[in-house]
Design a protein around this ligand. Structure first.
Ligand code: EPU
Length: 417
């Protein structure tokens, strides 16, 4: 087993380049299966979630060529097969094979997806959406068999603007007869990125980025090439690192509008932040003001940045609150922050944080991806040396996080225990 060792108290200066978006890449890779041609994806992050998806693609017969951050997926020999549970449960995004395989072959057999334990994370919207397109869903224990004689376009309404269900229905509907309209669709940048790939392949998707997406079914999809958008959650994480301990920390190659809610919050708290066209420069402020935060679907404040933001709120002078409105179990980092000195109480989906805090290094465990990011950021400002288990969660979503932080002055190493 590996653990991360982080020595606190060093300021971060220099440049961090942002990688391609995890949540975009993990949808673009399965989406490639919709063609019998070749899909080229550039700016693919090197993270373990992509490795797991690649294994599924290879299992289905795709030929993958990787060179640095570019990936070529040759789908000419792909065959539809039941995806083994051992691979599908390794990550959440395996659910995108449902939409892609159902769309292309009208039949898919796979198991409930895995991913971070941050709530129940049902997939009922996905399945109800497939049914609306005319598919029949059979559940055998943990296994889902979804099939249709043909898929027919329909109106689909989501109660919550679900990212996964929106993208999955876009994938399935590309080959459905007629027009599918998704109402209350998710508007995240990765939804747009997937629609761009589908359109380059020859699909007819309009409205991505708004709450109503229309997909006019087609009969073939061709080869295409697309660049993965920059990861705004990774960018937000490093911008928060800059607010915690930056000394002119420049976060480059991001789209500042994608994290406008975060930068607004940081400005309100008193951060020294300078926003350029595709970069943000942050220096730690002497003091921070407390704030009440609520997570919301895009373009609201993202749930994925709630955990990384917690240590900064704990530095603020006074009472801050975080209301987590998306996932019911996304406070698993808090017991560790409490051990490190934070005064936080949790009541249901609300955390109340009383600052300021002087963090002390401890032995901590990353229980999920963003909890891990939160603990790494806290360790950077804690007094002493923090050790962290569970780094595999962090490596699922942050490309080269150790190297990127070390290059700007953090003292981190990985040790086998
Ligand atoms: N929901 C349902 N039924 C469904 C689908 C969703 O009730 O069928 C609920 C969820 O339980 C949740 C809400 O709707 O309360 C929103 O869930 P959503 O479907 O948007 O989330 P997801 O597709 O499971 C993706 C990201 C998450 C990110 C969320 C929200 C991927 C692979 N995962 O999850 O990413 O937090 O959207 O933006 O894209 C992360 O990167 O750390 C991460 C967890």
């Amino acid at each position: 087993m590996k653990q991360m060792i982080l020595e606190g108290g060093h300021s971060l200066s220099g440049v961090i380049e942002i990688s391609g978006s995890k949540n975009s890449a993990v949808a673009l890779v399965p989406a490639s299966l919709l063609t019998n041609g070749v899909i080229e994806l550039t700016n693919i992050p090197e993270i373990s979630d992509i490795e797991a998806l690649t294994e599924i693609l290879v299992f289905l017969g795709a030929e993958i060529t990787r060179e640095n951050n570019n990936m070529k997926i040759d789908c000419t020999k792909v065959k539809n097969k039941e995806i083994p549970e051992t691979i599908s449960k390794r990550l959440r995004a395996s659910y995108y094979f449902m939409g892609a395989l159902l769309g292309k072959y009208k039949h898919v057999e796979m198991y409930f997806p895995g991913g971070c334990s941050i709530g129940k994370r049902p997939i009922n919207f996905h399945l109800e959406g497939f049914e609306k397109l005319g598919a029949k869903v059979k559940v055998e224990g943990n296994k889902y068999i979804v099939e249709a004689d043909e898929l027919i376009g329909n109106d689909i309404y989501f109660n919550i603007a679900s990212v996964g269900a929106t993208i999955n229905l876009m994938l399935a509907a590309t080959y459905a007869k007629g027009i599918t309209t998704i109402h209350n669709a998710a508007r995240e940048p990765h939804v747009i990125n997937v629609a761009q790939l589908l359109n380059k392949m020859g699909a007819k998707v309009t409205g991505a980025g708004s709450s109503t997406i229309q997909i006019e079914g087609v009969t073939t999809l061709e080869s295409a090439k697309i660049e993965v958008v920059p990861d705004y959650i990774e960018a937000g994480t490093y911008v928060i690192a800059g607010a915690l301990c930056g000394d002119h920390l420049e976060v480059r190659n991001l789209v500042p509008e994608h994290i406008a809610t975060l930068t607004d919050i940081l400005k309100k708290m008193g951060a020294d932040i300078d926003i350029g066209e595709n970069k943000i420069c942050v220096t730690r402020a002497k003091t921070y003001k407390p704030l009440a935060i609520k997570t919301e679907v895009f373009p609201g404040f993202p749930t994925d940045l709630q955990q990384p933001l917690t240590p900064l709120l704990a530095l603020a002078h006074g009472i801050s609150t975080i209301e987590e409105s998306i996932f019911e179990n996304r406070f698993m980092h808090i017991p560790y922050l409490q051990e490190m000195g934070a005064k936080i109480t949790v009541d249901g989906r609300k955390a109340t944080i009383e600052g300021p805090t002087s963090f002390q290094a401890k032995h901590v465990v990353a229980t999920d991806l963003r909890a891990g990011a939160s603990l790494i950021l806290t360790a950077l400002i804690a007094e002493g040396t923090t050790t962290m288990e569970g780094i595999e969660h962090v490596l699922r979503g942050y490309e080269n996080i150790v190297l990127k932080l070390m290059q700007v002055g953090a003292k981190i190493s990985i040790q086998e225990i």
